[in-house]
Design a binder for this molecule. Structure first.
Ligand code: TMP
Length: 242
């Protein structure tokens, strides 16, 4: 596989072409941002952890029948993925109140929901990723009704699988953000990453935060939290795959 020119650089990753038009290389950085880039920093070793964790979780989901862009880990920071055109939606699933949900609706953090909530944001930094609903998505032609149904179905299935897996690790999956993409044949598959940058992961017994909120909220122990959550997942998957 030949690594070609860089076609994109985001806040946490770079994307490169390859000699295969259907495949791209994603490279994970240690850069961390929050609040739409207003807060910036570095989390040493984050790129390595997020690359590995996202690949492990996507492989796990693929084994459960969820279509995802993950193809092959190339090295500590780089992964081969299927080329997709990203649907400009941040698909958020919430199991427990936290973050912007708690702020917007005046609900304290940590209240479990009876059933998971799905939310969509329009992925548009210039507009600050505004919250939108199904009707907005169709009116703005961000996705078709059929694509939206597929996205919802996949997002809830992913939530079921990941809640169960994290529970085994002694971790509550509070909420997370997914992105989906269209393949050249029009199929919708899971893309982007699943990592402590994109999930809220709380220790099940102490509610200690083991995710990027430690950086967003200046709680300290950021690198340690990333290492701890990675260690728990690796240990559990080693048992599962025995
Ligand atoms: P929120 O409570 O700030 O809306 O975040 C919900 C989830 O989405 C949380 O697990 C963090 C994740 N997230 C991202 O992955 N990227 C983002 O830009 C934001 C705002 C949240």
């Amino acid at each position: 596989m030949i690594k070609g020119r860089q076609i994109y650089e985001g806040k946490a990753k770079k994307v490169f072409e390859t000699d295969d038009p259907e495949l791209l290389i994603v490279s994970y950085k240690d850069d961390a941002t929050a609040f739409n880039g207003k807060k910036r920093g570095t989390i040493t070793g984050k790129g390595v952890i997020n690359n590995r964790m996202s690949n492990l979780l996507m492989e796990y989901l693929q084994d459960k029948g969820i279509p995802a862009h993950y193809v092959q880990e190339l090295n500590e920071r780089e992964t081969l993925v299927r080329k997709v055109s990203i649907i400009p939606l941040e698909v958020i699933i919430r199991n427990v109140s936290a973050g912007s949900f708690s702020m917007r609706y005046g609900v304290e953090e940590g209240i479990p929901f009876d059933t998971p909530i799905i939310e969509f944001s329009y992925k548009n930094d210039a507009l600050n990723d505004p919250l939108i609903n199904d009707h907005h998505i169709l009116a703005l032609k961000l996705a078709t009704a059929e694509e939206l149904n597929t996205i919802k179905d996949l997002a809830f299935r992913i939530n079921d699988e990941l809640c169960a897996l994290w529970k085994e690790c002694g971790v509550t999956l509070v909420d997370f953000k997914l992105e989906f993409g269209r393949c050249s044949d029009g199929t919708v598959i899971l893309a982007d990453e699943i990592s402590p940058d994109t999930c809220r992961l709380w220790d099940s017994s102490t509610a200690e935060k083991l995710d990027k909120d430690r950086f967003r909220r200046d709680l300290g122990g950021v690198e340690e939290a990333y290492r701890e959550i990675m260690a728990r997942l690796t240990k559990k998957l080693a048992e599962v795959n025995k």
